[in-house]
Design a protein around this ligand. Structure first.
Ligand code: ATP
Ligand code: MG
Length: 502
């Protein structure tokens, strides 16, 4: 059988002809398989959008192509990086773009004339629901984004901490018990225990999942203790390489090393003298150091590296871990004697899912804080969105809640967030949304119900509409055409309501 079909039209023979044909085919291919394409001219003005791209226009706030074409690209597509492509002439083959219309996987390619000058650029939306099509990649991205946010926050708080170092060079606690938001039974109980611990001088052990507020409580315990006027010094054991930990804890005697450390260096025990030493992530402590820490706690003395003198210290230790310390003891990875030494006053910090009724208050406080830091409006959550928050398992606890609110604030455009939008944000943050829980948040009762109805009718109708739209969209997996049909409204009306809920 012949490998080549003799009847098929032949390729052009010249290289230029083949190239032109390839370019045309590729353009057509991209145009048909991508979710949308548009072109900008050299000055960054939109000159053309294809059929596919037009369905993003309502979510970007435009009801017709005429309103969109002719405007500069950053005016109509928030967060676009198109300008960079025009300026540098470098393509961006794959990128994630997030704005009020959602998160998209995009490509940006410069267009050049025969003399290689950039005369415009083409923007391609490769995927419009990356959270479903590219789940592993997006999950990883969300994780990295979270780590980056954490690192930024830590940097900001270290900066403010160094500003908080008072004139006499002392390090002070950043938080008090008032900073621990929550009045649920679980939150009240943990504050009660921590307050009691603050009165004692024994070691305190804070146990709880990641992001539950252990560090915040350590600060608060110090601030409420008789050592409040002394320093608060913390060591994150997981963040210091094992080989450096001993020097970090106990210091280095002068002359112990040549070079930079010749003069000796104070360890954290010394720096915390008269105050509190917070040993964060104590479960990550190497075994060799566990023995030395135990000895120090038992004797009340430390031995700096390279010294043979024991130095007494006056420090109250607060330790914390998100690991199961008892299990580490069972596996012989944490010394039992040290565990009991630290376990004098254990405080279990409850996860957010055990105190869901604190969520509205936390949303309020975290939202205000985000608004202050980022210069955005605090996100306003509708009741259905709040109920959705209450239903989530919150594995990352308050930190995770904060990240979701930050995403919401970035998207909100000052409009309030409903459950449908929030579900999208949760998915993009790598969380598969669980069902909403309304009862955890509202106080049921006849008065509550009556109060609900004693509001402007337009507001109640708008709320009902939003709930109906969210439910129908969910039932149809986000398919807007089916949603509109079910609700008996036109697609344009649906887009209008999604864009402009009131
Ligand atoms: N009850 C609370 N009220 C207000 N903010 C809180 C509360 N608990 C925690 N936060 C905030 O949540 C974030 C995480 O808290 P924190 O760092 O204290 O948690 P953690 O338990 O030490 O977590 P990890 O184990 O991951 O270190 C911080 O920004 C903190 O200010
Ligand atoms: Mg911590």
């Amino acid at each position: 059988m012949p490998l080549i079909n003799e009847d098929a039209p032949a390729l052009p023979m010249d290289a230029q002809g083949i190239l032109e044909l390839a370019a045309r085919s590729m353009f057509q291919l991209f145009s048909s398989v991508s979710q949308g394409m548009f072109l900008v001219d050299r000055s960054g003005r939109i000159v053309w959008v294809n059929e596919g791209y037009q369905r993003f226009l309502p979510a970007l706030g435009f009801s017709s192509v005429d309103q969109f074409v002719g405007r500069t690209v950053e005016e109509v597509i928030p967060n676009t990086q198109m300008r960079r492509v025009l300026e540098t002439g470098q393509p961006v083959l794959i990128d994630l773009l997030t704005n009020k219309a959602g998160t998209f996987v995009v490509s940006r390619i410069p267009l050049r004339d025969e003399t290689e000058r950039v005369i415009g650029a083409i923007g391609i939306v490769l995927f419009d629901h990356p959270e479903t099509t590219l789940q592993p990649l997006i999950g990883k991205f969300a994780l990295l984004q979270r780590d980056l946010d954490d690192a930024r926050r830590e940097l900001a708080s270290q900066r403010s901490r160094s500003l908080a170092v008072s004139g006499d060079g002392q390090r002070r606690a950043k938080y008090t018990f008032a900073s621990f938001v929550g009045s649920s039974p679980a939150a009240s109980e943990v504050k009660r225990q921590a307050r009691r611990a603050a009165q004692s001088s024994s070691p305190v052990l804070l146990l709880g999942e990641t992001g539950t507020g252990k560090e915040l409580l350590a600060h608060a315990i110090h601030a409420a203790s008789s050592r409040a006027s002394g320093p608060f010094v913390s060591v994150n054991i997981a963040a210091v390489p094992d080989t450096l930990l001993e020097a970090e804890f106990f210091g280095v005697a002068p002359g112990a090393y040549t070079g930079a450390d010749r003069k000796g260096r104070d360890g954290k025990f010394k720096l915390a003298d008269g105050g509190t030493l917070f040993l964060d992530e104590i479960g990550d402590m190497p075994q060799s150091l566990q023995a030395k820490l135990l000895r120090a706690l038992q004797e009340g003395e430390i031995e700096p590296l390279g010294s043979n003198k024991l130095v007494p210290f006056n420090v109250r230790v607060v330790a914390a871990t998100s690991r199961d310390l008892a299990a580490l003891v069972r596996d012989s990875r944490f010394r039992e004697d040290l565990f009991y030494r630290l376990h004098v006053l254990p405080v279990r910090v409850p996860p957010l899912r055990e105190r869901r009724s604190d969520i509205p208050a936390l949303v309020e406080v975290l939202g205000e804080d985000l608004a202050l830091r980022n210069g955005t409006a605090p996100p306003e959550l509708r009741p259905d969105a709040m109920a959705l928050l209450a239903g989530q398992p919150w594995r990352g606890n308050i930190r995770e809640l904060r990240n979701v609110l930050e995403q919401a604030a970035m998207r909100s455009d000052s409009q309030s967030i409903d459950a449908y939008q929030l579900e999208r944000i949760l998915r993009e943050a790598g969380v598969e949304p669980a069902a909403p829980v309304r009862d955890a948040l509202t106080e049921p009762g006849p008065l509550g119900d009556e109060q609900r109805y004693l509001r402007p009718l337009a507001e109640q109708v708008a709320e009902l509409e939003q709930r109906a739209i969210a439910a129908a969209l969910k039932a149809h997996g986000g398919n807007k055409q089916a949603t509109a049909r079910q609700l008996g409204i036109s697609r344009a009306t649906l887009y209008g309501r999604l864009e402009n809920p009131e």
